[in-house]
Design a binder for this molecule. Structure first.
Ligand code: TRP
Length: 331
């Protein structure tokens, strides 16, 4: 049997270029070599989303994103986390092997504590226990399926380290029950800049969406920050926020030609923005139509996810049984 690659796309809103290049595209490539299990961690979103309708919509958006980008549900096991009850049972077991200190050191948790302290609030103000134990649930997502590889963005590296740490602790007590996973982080797409030059992220409000109507793609492209070099001046492509996106989407010859033009002079940033926009349209307009059609048809999405959950549970149930047997609960 092929080795397993598993990842989750947290439902946080329509996808942008940073999600696409950093995580979605590499994951879809890995799916050709490995048995892929890709899922929507909807219960992770419950740590922050408190509106029923919003969570429902966000979950469909994440689902439609994968399918529109080409995930083939006959090959990839594609499911919703909340359809796999075994995840939550394993999360409890793993919680018993996770020191509180390990979670205290989690970047995501520490960042909220720091905000609270900076604002003069009590350290743990507004931090629910679900948020605190988020990494344990994520470890369960991964370890429940005997996962070998986890394609993620750099921001998830620490979560993978926590997962490995917990699995090793468990195994040191009970023998080699859990498979120790490895993160797959693609260095060349580690940081896709947003239109202001900082990492592209919804929380910075600097994203270029991939499935929005054309004008909502054109506007942010026009606002990409550049220096003020005139068209005839030579420019450093590696310092340019437009080129930083363009080079991941255009074919290799086009990228080389543009690189030369930057270095020699004669290229206007305005022109380059037009080219990037045209490239985005050419790359994503077909998928955007597919995405919109899927969003109109949530029943089809539900069917796909339910079928995926059945296949996922076929893998999960025997692994959880091994864990139950190892620890000595009724099995
Ligand atoms: N924490 C991940 C994120 O925010 C989402 C996620 C949940 C995940 N469970 C996972 C990713 C398991 C990989 C494997 O992006």
């Amino acid at each position: 049997m092929k080795q397993i690659a598993l990842t989750g796309l947290k439902p946080t809103g329509p996808p942008h270029i940073g999600n696409y290049l950093g995580m979605l595209k590499p994951s879809l490539e890995l799916a050709e070599k490995f048995q892929a299990l890709y899922f929507i961690p909807d219960y992770h979103a419950l740590t922050t989303v408190r509106d029923r309708k919003e969570l429902v919509t966000l979950t469909y958006q994440a689902t439609a994103t994968w399918i529109a980008l080409g995930l083939n549900p006959d090959e990839v096991i594609f499911y919703r986390q909340s359809d796999i009850p075994e995840v939550f049972e394993l999360a409890w077991v793993l919680a018993c092997f996770t020191t509180k200190g390990l979670l205290n050191r989690s970047h995501a948790y520490k960042a909220i504590v720091d905000d609270n302290v900076a604002a003069g609030r009590e350290e743990d103000k507004n931090i629910n226990v679900g948020l605190f134990t988020y990494p344990v649930l994520m470890a369960a997502d991964i370890l429940l399926f005997g996962t070998h590889f986890v394609p993620v963005g750099l921001d998830q590296q620490q979560h993978l380290e926590i997962t490995r740490d917990v699995a090793l602790t468990f195994n040191s007590t009970y023998g080699n029950v859990l498979t120790i996973p490895e993160a797959v982080i693609r260095e060349e797409v580690m940081t896709i800049p947003g239109i202001d030059g900082r990492k592209m992220s919804k929380s910075y409000n600097n994203v270029i969406p991939i499935f929005a109507p054309s004008n909502q793609i054109l506007n942010p492209v026009k606002r990409i920050v550049t220096d003020s070099k005139r068209p005839e001046e030579p420019k450093d492509p590696d310092e340019c926020n437009i080129f930083a996106i363009y080079r991941h989407l255009a074919d290799a010859d086009a990228v080389e030609a543009k690189r030369k033009l930057y270095l020699e002079g004669g290229l206007a940033y305005g022109e380059m923005k037009k080219e990037l926009f045209a490239l985005l349209e050419a790359t994503f307009s077909g998928q955007r139509d597919r995405y919109n059609a899927l969003m109109e048809n949530p029943d089809e999405l539900d069917k796909i996810l339910e079928k995926g959950a059945e296949k996922a549970r076929d893998i999960a149930v025997p692994i959880l049984a091994k864990v139950r047997k190892a620890v000595g609960v009724n099995s």
